[in-house]
Design a protein around this ligand. Sequence first.
Ligand code: R5P
Length: 296
Amino acid sequence: MSNRFVIAGPASQALAVQVGNILKVPVVETEAKKFPDGENYVRLNAEDEARFKDSEMIIIQTVDFPQNDHLMELFYLISIARRVGAKRIPVVVPYLAYSRQDKVFRPGEAISARLLLKLVEAAGATDFITVDIHAPEIFSEVRIPCHNLDPMPLLANHLKGRELVSPVVISPDKGSRDRSKKFADLLGAELVLFDKTRDRITGEIEMVGDVKLDGKDVAIADDIIATGGTMATALKIAKKAGARHLYALCTHALLIGNAQYKLGSIGCEIVGTNATSSPVSVVSVAPIIADHFKTA
Ligand code: R5P
């Protein structure tokens, strides 16, 4: 589509500029603030609304912390695009908060992730594009096309310059086996499978992994590092098993509370993507988002 714009949501400004530069399309700035009563406000920084008529407005807005503010901004941006007459409104949400609430784990819960996707559709999005979502199963409840982009080649490339010695990729739990297998193949590494159980009430983790890693370099690539508990538990087992260097990679670095300390004190390097904003978000997902639109 020739009449195309990238809308830089307040939560993904740098990423939106990178995508706009790769695609060579104009990037529209947005302004966001909160009213004294806590309500969200967002507007396109554009006086001439008529230029958006019949265009494609690619909205890029991640939904990381503060997630409820970023969600409201996202809904309002979609509604603005609709109001100004955009023909297509693809919505890029590199990280969708609540994505781990993808099913009922305990009676009485909401399936928040599924509801959010329905709200994105109801607001007027014509396509939903995300990166390494926790449970792609949530796509089944909406009619708009959904795309889950794979950042593992980008993360693997990041490690390739490190001259890894006898690299081993550890899959910390059942949910990450496919991702870990792909990551191990990309690195040409051996794959080791651990098992994890999490107490649904306390959040406490138990992990089983029996392995010998003397002198080997170990990488774990997960979708999310939240409290760091999953990574820290797996990396401690790897360290005890003799691993040389430890790498904790993820698509979505949330790094809640003392996660950085927890992982740093084990002696690992943490690497994340700019699907979320964090001090370790060093790998840009702009190339895979731009590639999606080059072929779309
Ligand atoms: C779990 O299934 C996910 O893939 C991540 O392993 C998990 O969300 C990480 O959370 P935390 O860092 O709190 O252990």
